[in-house]
Design a protein around this ligand. Structure first.
Ligand code: M6R
Length: 605
């Protein structure tokens, strides 16, 4: 999705902004642009380019100097990717420049009104209307021009504005799209994502929805869109700049898959309480008495986070014996859900900024529900909106497809389920059993990662398939769903996931030698049932790759994973399938870190 970066200080701004844009590339974009203000005249100079940041860089002239500037990577919503539609947008007099993330819903009405007043539009974007509103506003200060213009728009925004007549400042505002200020020594940064800031400063202020800020080289202030001053306490970002580097791997996806033993160690660290065979989750804001009154749990997320939520629901049901289910947040928010006071809602999101999840949380809060967040990015919108929650501590995830965050989110759900279970009826011995299982995970994940060479060979054999089927039963089904999503996202091979029990109700008709099936076959009480499904597939000459605890006679290939507790097995079963998707995509020559049409965080509808 779109990215914003801005700077005001003493340094030459263009190289800083281009570096910031490169750090935002992972979010997905189709064009980029930059504006700097000339230190002498205050005049604004702009360069834009369709394509990558390197295309923009190639166009930046030698004398593109300045010490204040804003830049943007655009993900097309209104109007195709083009030089004209790239941000920043400027008014005809070249006084105002803005970069904007989000969508202005009433853009076409405003465009018609402005056109009737004689304004000529240079792009097809919704953003350009805001540029003209600000440029035409006759208030005395830039803050007031921006504030009054924002009042006229409906929709979401993270926005940064420069004005040639007020060249000592950048004014920014947030409503539904992240804006973070970075505080340096006599310099200030702004970005839509801390990734663009951490190589310069780790002191940040995250704006709330409805908040604005004025940043100057040596000072900043925050206030609401109604003009009331707010207090903003800077916080320190945990993630180091190096966490965003590739660290010797060929792709971020490979790096992030490999990091999983350490990432899981982090989500467990400091949380296990051996004395009571439970875990401490400091940020939950839910005491034992309240926890005992929960009658249902509803988990909401999108994509991979939804799949993690499905496994989480299973963990909560089995360990805490609270009825739980997961639903895509994108569907939930549109079906006027019945919000029950005894239900605990849990929003799951790696980025903490996914619009569909955030909107579902806001709708739930409006209806008086208690909402927890299971989130990776500290201080993100969903984390802030929730009443409490669990951070998954996976570290920054740069690859568009989620791997380590999926694993850590499921582990975070295991912790939550154990915590709730031990408050309710989970016995001490079962608590101990799960804790031992959790402690084994990092080493067992390392063991699986050591088999990468074998999985690579298998992936090369299966890469020729036009389509693949993934099956699993009960705990194995969300693993199948996630593995199928991973494969399609990065290899573009069509894939379906079904509960193994549903095969005979329809999908069996598809089985033939050209359609390989990946089957999740844990050594649990459903082993015989799963084996029966393999028999059914084999009888129709289907090829089978089993992910299992022991060799499967009916399978053409078996990938063995170490055994843990049955409740935790899905965490391990998912890992070889991340590698399978990775090596399949690699052998097909795909752009693994930036799959076509996808963005890292989907901050628009
Ligand atoms: O940041 P979130 O976890 O809220 O993102 C949700 C989905 O957009 C995300 O999981 C998506 O499905 C990824 N491409 C998965 O690899």
């Amino acid at each position: 999705m779109c990215g914003i970066v801005g700077y005001i200080g003493k340094r030459d701004v263009a190289p800083l902004l281009l570096e910031g844009l490169q750090r935002l590339e992972y979010r997905g974009y189709d064009s980029a642009g930059v504006v700097v203000s000339s230190p002498k005249s205050g005049g604004l100079k702009m360069v834009k380019a369709k394509g990558r940041v390197r295309d923009l860089e190639a166009r930046v002239p030698k004398r593109f100097t300045g010490t204040t500037g804003i830049a943007h990577t655009r993900w097309a919503t209104h109007g195709a990717p083009s030089d004209e539609n790239a941000h920043p947008h400027m008014d005809a007099d070249g006084k105002v420049a803005i970069v904007h993330n989000g969508i202005i819903d009433n853009a076409s009405d405003l465009r018609a009104k402005l056109t009737a007043e004689g304004v000529e539009f240079l792009s097809e974007t919704d953003t350009e209307v805001l540029t003209h509103l600000i440029a035409r506003n006759d208030a005395d200060t830039l803050e007031e021009k921006v504030r009054q213009s924002l009042k006229q728009i409906e929709g979401t925004y993270g926005v940064a504005v420069m004005h040639a007549d007020f060249n000592d400042r950048i004014v920014v505002a947030r409503n539904g799209s992240p804006v973070v200020l970075g505080i340096g020594e006599k310099e200030m940064f702004v970005a839509s994502d801390v990734a663009a800031l951490v190589s310069h400063t780790r002191q940040v202020v995250t704006l709330d929805d409805g908040e604005m800020a004025t940043i100057k080289a040596d000072d900043f202030r925050t206030y609401t869109t109604s003009g009331t001053r707010t207090t903003a306490e800077p916080t320190t970002v945990e993630w180091e700049a190096e966490s965003y580097d590739m660290g010797g791997h060929d792709t971020y996806m490979h790096k992030e898959i490999s990091e999983q033993p350490d990432a899981v160690d982090r989500v467990l660290r400091g949380r296990i309480d051996d004395r009571f065979s439970t875990v401490h989750l400091g940020g939950l804001n839910l005491d034992a008495r309240e926890a005992r009154t929960i009658r249902r749990i509803k988990i909401l997320g999108c994509g991979t986070s939804y799949h993690a939520g499905l496994i989480g629901a299973g963990l909560i049901e089995s360990l805490a014996r609270i009825p739980a289910d997961a639903e895509p947040a994108s569907e939930f928010r549109y079906r006027n859900p019945v919000v029950d006071p005894d239900t605990l809602y849990i929003a799951v999101s790696q980025s903490g900024e996914t619009y569909d999840v955030l909107a579902a949380v806001q709708e739930l809060k409006r209806k008086g529900a208690r909402v927890l967040g299971v989130v990776n990015v500290v201080g993100s919108a969903i984390a802030r909106e929730a009443d409490g929650g669990v951070y998954v501590h996976a570290g920054p995830e740069v690859c568009v497809v989620s791997t380590k965050c999926f694993t850590n989110t499921v582990v975070a759900f295991a912790l939550l389920a154990l915590h709730l279970g031990r408050i309710r009826d989970l016995s001490v011995s079962d608590g101990k059993r799960i804790i031992e299982g959790l402690r084994k995970l990092p080493e067992q994940i390392s063991e699986i990662l050591e088999t990468e060479g074998d999985i690579k060979k298998l992936a090369e054999q299966y890469a020729e398939a036009k389509s693949m089927m993934f099956i699993g039963r009960v705990r194995g089904y969300p693993v199948a769903l996630e593995a199928s999503l991973k494969l399609k996202e990065i290899s573009y091979i069509h894939a379906e996931a079904y509960p193994a029990s549903e095969l005979k109700h329809g999908p069996l008709a598809l089985i033939e030698p050209a359609l390989p099936t990946v089957a999740i076959v844990p050594d649990d009480d459903l082993l015989e049932k799963n084996r029966a499904a393999l028999e059914e597939i084999k009888a129709r000459s289907g090829r089978i790759l089993a992910v299992a605890h022991q060799e499967q006679e009916k399978a053409d290939h078996t990938v063995l994973v170490p055994k843990n507790e049955p409740e935790l097995d899905p965490i391990l079963m998912g890992i070889p399938l991340q590698l399978l998707a990775y090596h399949t995509a690699l052998s097909l020559g795909r752009d693994i870190d930036k799959p076509r049409n996808l963005a890292k965080s989907v901050t628009v509808e």
